[in-house]
Design a binder for this molecule. Structure first.
Ligand code: SF4
Length: 342
């Protein structure tokens, strides 16, 4: 079957299947655009199980788009702490402000695409789920399902392939059930034809249409070889004074832009070098409490962090001293405060 023929056959199979197999997820309780937009932004690069608690906590604290538009930055960053990719929440707030200023959510694909941080996938998801538009939300899950169904061996990163699949699906969207079709496709890619290990072809509602049900799924989708991650090494100071730790702000551009961080510098110092450096920052380290090494992996870079925790006599400027539990620290630094696995 061609991609178009397959796409046209999908609603008839997937809608009934989804009706009886959909997972009960907090963002599926309603179709409010704020809720769907928030969940889709959170779900980018993050697993469903990890998002669940973040989503509920975020809405508990900021229940409306107006509350999000007015929230202060520290509140936002704290609510996002641990999810990573902090530009997502900053853009989400910019989008909220644009929506409030316009008097409501845009209801067209073009209007959604004009919001900060909203790309084709998110516009497709919000457009179809909230406004019943025939706008496919083509992410890695949907690409995997569609390339397997049609046994397409074009690399999955191809923009032309994504356009072709989007167009084929758009033509198949069932009027009045666009949102359910989007969610059904997502669900199939997340639960039956998943990214890791063997797909559950025996449970798949479209197995008889699929060109890969015979085992060809092992070769599809085709992924270009990944570039090796860059490795960087840092010495990090954990300076403690009473209940507070010393923090500083990261630069406004680049990785983790504008977030709080522990004082750090490239390279690996020994304990004496770290103490000398702390003194040069204006603090008075009294005693080395801990020495530890942690690794943190970003998409394109891996950090090797050598931490030195010092007890300090005085919470001196110019470093900012904050209670460790209150600071909105990205996970890359938060792992150095974790005592569970010393
Ligand atoms: S039959 Fe198997 S490979 Fe094909 S779409 Fe279903 S789960 Fe994926």
């Amino acid at each position: 079957m061609t991609l178009c023929e397959l796409s046209l056959a999908l609603p008839g199979r997937l809608l009934p299947w989804y009706g009886s197999h959909a997972r009960d997820l907090p963002w599926r309780q309603d179709r409010q655009p704020y809720h769907i937009l928030l969940s889709e932004i959170m779900l980018q690069q993050t697993r469903v199980e990890a998002v669940r608690a973040y989503y509920l906590r975020f809405l508990d604290r900021l229940p409306t788009i107006e509350a999000l538009a007015e929230a202060d930055e520290q509140t936002l960053l704290k609510l996002w702490e641990g999810l990573g990719y902090y530009s997502r929440v900053r853009n989400l707030q910019k989008a909220a402000r644009a929506i409030v200023a316009a008097g409501g959510f845009p209801t067209s694909r073009e209007g959604l695409l004009a919001l900060p941080g909203v790309g084709a996938y998110t516009a497709g998801a919000v457009g179809s789920i909230c406004f019943d538009l025939p706008t496919p939300a083509v992410d890695g899950n949907v690409l995997r399902v569609m390339t397997r169904l049609a046994a397409i061996d074009t690399p999955i990163t191809s923009a032309a392939l994504r356009r072709e699949i989007t167009a084929a699906l758009a033509a198949a969207y069932p009027a009045g059930r666009c949102g359910t079709f989007t969610q059904a496709l997502m669900e199939l890619g997340a639960t039956v034809c998943g990214p890791g290990g063997a797909p559950a072809c025996a449970l798949c509602p479209v197995a008889d249409l699929c060109a890969c049900a015979d085992g060809r799924w092992k070769d599809i989708p085709v992924r270009p070889a990944k570039k090796a991650r860059r490795r960087e090494e840092y010495t990090v100071l954990i300076l403690c004074c009473g209940e507070t730790i010393a923090l500083q702000k990261r630069p406004d551009t680049g990785l983790l832009a504008g977030l709080w961080e522990l004082p750090n510098r490239p390279g690996r110092l020994d304990a004496q070098g770290a103490m000398d450096w702390a003194v040069s920052l204006g603090v008075q380290p009294q005693r080395l409490l801990r020495q530890l090494t942690r690794r943190h992996i970003f998409t394109h870079v891996e950090w090797q962090l050598h931490g030195y925790e010092f007890l300090c006599g005085q919470a001196a400027p110019p470093l900012q001293w904050q209670p460790a539990c209150e600071a909105a620290l990205p996970t890359a630094f938060r792992i150095l405060l974790d005592r569970d696995d010393d």
